[in-house]
Design a protein around this ligand. Structure first.
Ligand SMILES: [Zn+2]
Length: 210
């Protein structure tokens, strides 16, 4: 499996491109910006996008989805509990002081139990609300990887002081959905370096005593 992590845009959101060499298909997670760089990687590996997944509707994760969808025809998956945030892209753009991007259509809802397939790998959607109400993570057992959006970071967790944030809820999500995975699972956060579940269990100051 090809896996490319591209930090894109002003806030360096980690966009993940997963590609299956056999079928030539790809899943792109959080195309927040710099769609030219993303499509260049897709072309370089001769990959056709079969699905675009948005971990949550913050502007730095979703702003490029409209463009990537238009270029590839791939359906966009997002949890419907973030619909309100998606509708407030203009407000989010104002917070950051950037132009309002075109809002993507959402073709399918992604929620607990949703499974996307790429080659022989399964991408299991885990609903992990707290950073936003519709925040989700993707668990890929065949790759031993978790794409965590802005729920879990190396040494930190997602902020909960923005609209839709809930500090108790994010801790509950992490405890019940993420820390239950095995210690060796590699975590790809929405920003910054990778980590593992075991490392965060041991060292993450926000998870002490869980
Ligand atoms: Zn966010």
């Amino acid at each position: 499996m090809i896996h490319i992590i591209l930090p894109v845009g002003l806030l360096q959101c980690n966009c993940s491109i997963f590609g299956d060499e056999q079928s030539g298909e790809a899943i792109v997670i959080d195309p927040g910006d710099e769609i030219e760089r993303i499509t260049a990687e897709l072309e370089r590996h001769q990959l056709k996008v079969k699905a675009i997944v948005i971990t949550h509707a913050h502007i730095d994760h979703v702003a490029g989805a409209h463009k990537l969808r238009a270029l590839t025809g791939a359906p966009v998956y997002m949890n419907e509990r973030d619909r309100e945030l998606l509708n407030a892209l203009d407000m989010q753009a104002q917070w950051l002081g950037v132009d309002t991007p075109q809002r993507t259509e959402v073709d399918a809802t992604a929620t607990s139990g949703t499974v996307l397939r790429l080659g022989s790998a399964q991408f299991h959607v885990l609903l992990t609300p707290g950073h936003t109400q519709g925040s989700l993570s993707l668990w890929i057992p065949q790759e031993n990887k978790l794409v965590a959006g802005d729920t879990l970071f190396r040494d930190s967790i997602g902020r909960t002081d923005l609209p839709g944030g809930d500090s108790r809820q994010i801790i509950k999500s992490i405890k019940t959905q993420l820390l239950t995975l095995s210690d060796e699972v590699v975590v790809i956060p929405g920003h910054g370096p990778n980590t593992t579940i075991g490392r965060e269990k041991e060292r993450n100051p926000f998870l002490r005593g869980l």
